[in-house]
Structure formats: structure tokens, C-alpha cells
Design a protein around this ligand. Structure first.
Ligand SMILES: *Cc1c(COP(=O)(O)O)cnc(C)c1O
Length: 376
């Protein structure tokens, strides 16, 4: 029987599909606690994009257990999924259309314009809004020139009982940078925006700006909460010892010998220099294994770091096991925390010229998610 490698305890059942993403929820809880120890603010667990591919509902529950008091999602449908699972923690969503708004009872929504505010006002089931000021990212958010009109209009509707402005917020443009110069400028800008909102008569209870890395680099004692996405999953942009929560594991589907001079996979980009054993890993770029990483990548196969050879295909790729005595069914760890010699998602991101966020989010629907509790 195939056992998922674990330095904590053996898995209790064999692999469900050809590959599994094993998510250690104790890592998520530890990561939440790391932020709470360092930053004395409320913590919004950002579980958008199915919790960066980790599974929104289990991750949200783990984060709440460790002290998160808010959940953040991008799309309205993601908020509805959390509510449908029975999660009652406050949720903020920042992208929705008019039809979705009607379904968003009991979810806070971000508002950037007077037109959006009016849509919320005419949707009786939605009550709490967070006004978003663009402080420099130039993505969503109120243009500075329209902020006073937005806050005054919101105060007018609040006086009528049509909405409550619970939050005022913005998003950093250089949130992943260790250099906080731009973030400080945005914080000043947000402070000014909050001042204007108060003069319009608004009394927001949660002012928020920082994401994971921003929370660690920007001293913002006059904000009330931090929005932590990447950090929950162990993406450790500032090296504070976060624990990667996901291991992507598979097993060799086939093993065979090839001779020196034989080519492997499409276009024969790899040609064997000597007789060697090749192993077939049954997942590919449709499952989120970046095709472009093929020339540099390696995986842990039967406990040994083994290079990926030839082009990564849609459903499979090949590793060069050399003269290792591997058998079909041998354990393959594609990435994990890196503690057993396997590559990390950050390594794959380097190989693919991207960031680990994209690696995690790309893990496809053919990969079973399984949850375990490590000994964090
Ligand atoms: C994704 C996102 C976050 C989380 O950012 P991380 O860098 O992943 O912590 C916070 N706020 C907004 C608006 C986001 O879109």
C-alpha cells in the first residue's frame, strides 16, 4: 500500500487519485499564531481562490480556531460557499456583480464608487460596507478626487439606516517588498482618507491596509486588522519561519529502462547520455505543474532528488531515476515544506519564473485534497 510520507504520523489511507495535495491544517494554525504574536491587530484570513488552492472551508475553520476574526474573499461566490458551510465569522468580499449582490445577505462588501454604494443601498439584504480608497495601487478603490463625495453619500445613507460603513480600507502596491517607503506613503494617504470620512460623519470600526508582508514591514498602529493570505499557507516572504501547509504527492505510474541515445517526451528535448531508468509521474500541466519549469525541475522520488527530464506534458512527466532501484508505486513528492529533501513550492516558482502563490493556485481539480494534522 502506498503511504503518504509524513514526518508526523503515517496516513491512514492510501492515495485517492493519481496525486494528492495533503494540507496540514496545524501549519495554517501555526502561521496564524505567528502573525498574531507579531502584529497586535485583528486578523482577516484571506481564503480567496479556494484558499490559494488549499481548500477554503477547512482553511477558514483552522484559521478561525487559531484566532482569525474575519475572512476575506475576492469573489462573491466564495463568500457564499463559506456561509453555505455554516461558517458565521464576518466575511468581506471585494468583487461582485449586481446579480450576486442580491445573494450576499450577511456578507460585508467593498464599495469604491457612489454607483456601487447605490446598488448596495437598493439591496436590502446587504448592510455592511467597507469603503475602499485607492491610495496608490491604481486597481480597485475610490479615486482620491471622488472620496469626499463617496463618504458624504455613505454618511447620508447611514443616517437613513440603509447601510453601515463598518470599514475603510485600501491595498498596498508594494506589500511584498521589505522596503516600506511606498507603504508608509499609502498609510499616510489612508489616514487622511479616514480623517475626511470622519468629518463626513462616518465612524468605521475596522480600518485596514496591510497584507501578509505589509503587516510585518509597516508599523500601522492606527489600523485595526491585517489581511493575511500568503502567510497562512506558509509563503514566507520575509523569512519569519512560517510553515508551508501543502505537500503535493504522487507515485510512479510506470518504470522502465531506456538506452543511451534514446530521447524522452515530446520533441526529444532530453536524450539519455547513458542507459538509465525513467519513471512516469502521472500529473502534468493540466494539474498545475508548470510546463516551463521542465528544464530545471526535480522531485523527490523514493527519497532521492531526481531530475525531471523532457517536456512536461498535460497529464504526465518523466523523471530520470538513474540506477535507483525504483518500482511502480514509488512515492513522489513534487513539493512540500522541504524538510525531507523535497523541493518547495518556492523552488517550483523559481523554476517557472513566477511566485509560489501561482503554483498553489494552479493545482488543478484532478488533484484530491486531503487534510491532516501534523505535530506543529
Ligand atoms: C490577496 C489579497 C490579500 C492577501 O495578500 P497576501 O499578500 O497574500 O497576504 C489582501 N488584500 C487583498 C485586497 C487581496 O486581494
Amino acid at each position: 500500500m502506498y503511504l503518504v510520507q509524513s514526518h508526523h504520523r503515517p496516513a491512514t489511507r492510501g492515495i485517492a487519485g493519481l496525486a494528492e495535495a495533503v494540507v496540514d491544517l496545524s501549519a495554517v494554525r501555526d502561521n496564524v499564531r505567528s502573525f498574531r504574536e507579531r502584529v497586535p491587530r485583528q486578523l482577516m484570513a484571506v481564503v480567496k481562490a479556494d484558499a490559494f488552492g488549499h481548500g477554503a472551508v477547512p482553511v477558514a475553520r483552522a484559521a478561525i480556531e487559531a484566532g482569525a476574526t474575519w475572512l476575506g474573499v475576492a469573489h462573491a461566490a466564495e463568500a457564499l460557499q463559506l456561509r453555505a458551510a455554516g461558517i458565521q465569522t464576518p466575511i468581506l468580499t471585494w468583487l461582485y456583480d449586481a446579480a450576486e449582490l442580491m445573494l450576499l445577505a450577511d456578507v460585508d462588501v467593498s464599495v469604491s464608487t457612489v454607483a456601487e454604494l447605490q446598488r448596495v443601498v437598493s439591496t436590502p439584504s446587504v448592510h455592511y460596507v467597507h469603503l475602499k480608497l485607492d491610495t496608490g495601487l491604481h486597481r480597485a478603490g475610490s479615486a482620491p478626487g471622488q472620496w469626499i463625495e463617496l463618504t458624504r453619500t455613505a454618511a447620508h445613507y447611514e443616517a437613513l439606516g440603509a447601510v453601515t460603513v463598518r470599514g475603510i480600507w485600501s491595498h498596498l502596491s508594494h506589500g511584498a517588498s521589505a522596503d516600506a517607503v511606498e507603504s508608509k506613503r499609502q498609510l499616510q494617504f489612508l489616514r487622511a482618507g479616514v480623517g475626511l470620512a470622519r468629518r463626513s460623519g462616518l465612524r468605521p470600526t475596522v480600518v485596514h491596509l496591510a497584507n501578509s508582508a505589509g503587516a510585518l514591514t509597516l508599523d500601522a498602529p492606527d489600523t485595526d486588522l491585517i489581511r493575511v493570505g500568503a502567510g497562512l499557507y506558509g509563503i514566507d516572504e520575509l523569512g519569519i519561519g512560517l510553515r508551508p501547509a501543502m505537500r503535493l504527492v504522487s507515485k510512479l505510474a510506470q518504470v522502465r529502462r531506456i538506452r543511451a541515445g534514446e530521447g524522452v517526451s515530446y520533441g526529444h528535448e532530453f536524450v539519455a547520455e547513458r542507459d538509465t531508468t525513467i519513471g512516469l509521474v502521472p500529473i502534468g500541466y493540466a494539474d498545475g505543474i508548470p510546463r516551463v519549469a521542465g528544464r530545471r525541475a526535480s522531485v523527490l522520488c523514493a527519497g532521492v532528488r531526481t531530475p525531471v527530464i523532457g517536456r512536461i506534458a498535460m497529464d504526465q512527466f518523466v523523471v530520470d531515476a538513474g540506477d535507483l532501484p525504483v518500482e511502480p508505486g514509488a512515492a513522489v513528492t513534487i513539493f512540500g515544506p522541504g524538510t525531507a529533501g523535497e523541493p518547495t513550492a518556492a523552488d517550483w516558482a523559481d523554476w517557472a519564473g513566477t511566485i509560489p502563490h501561482e503554483i498553489y493556485c494552479g493545482i488543478g481539480s484532478r488533484i484530491t485534497r486531503r487534510y491532516e494534522e501534523g505535530a506543529g
